[in-house]
Write a protein that binds this ligand. Structure first.
Ligand SMILES: [Fe+2]
Length: 148
């Protein structure tokens, strides 16, 4: 399904939902790293996982400035097109990377929406733009690797 994360009407809910999305994304990344055969692809996905860790650190900082509890895990329900559980049943690097690319579509959409969300502070929107650029970079790599 197409994610609605990023379109929240309050800054607090936006940060909370982005954190849940990020935790689900990181679980999918970890599953992907375990399942990939190609060591170069594994290393690249590991680099991207670090970008996600940085996103979580910044979102957690924002949550604390907003005085809300930062979610520490995903809920694996509706946030990603292909979550950790679905990924576990896939076989073959290209198949796995194609599935991950569909998740990047969700994270790209979420940060693109968030970067234009009037409920967020200007500073946070700047961070969302950077996170969006990270997600576009991840998706570009996955699309190329899935069709190479
Ligand atoms: Fe990503």
């Amino acid at each position: 399904m197409v994610t609605t994360v990023g379109t929240e009407t309050t800054f607090e809910k936006l940060v909370e939902n982005l954190l849940i999305l990020e935790h689900d994304a990181m679980a999918a990344y970890e599953s992907t790293i375990e399942r990939l055969d190609d060591p170069q692809a594994k290393a690249k996905i590991g680099e991207f996982l670090n970008d996600h860790r940085q996103h979580v650190a910044e979102l957690t900082r924002l949550a604390s400035t907003l005085g809300i509890d930062a979610p520490r895990e995903g809920d694996a329900k509706e946030w990603l097109t292909t979550g950790k559980v679905a990924l576990a049943s896939l076989v073959g690097d290209k198949t796995i990377l194609k599935a991950m690319s569909s998740n990047e579509t969700d994270t790209c959409t979420a940060y693109d929406e968030a970067s234009r969300n009037a409920a967020a502070s200007e500073e946070a929107r700047g961070f969302f733009r950077k996170a969006y650029a990270d997600e576009v970079r991840h998706k570009t790599y996955m699309d190329q690797a899935a069709t190479a």
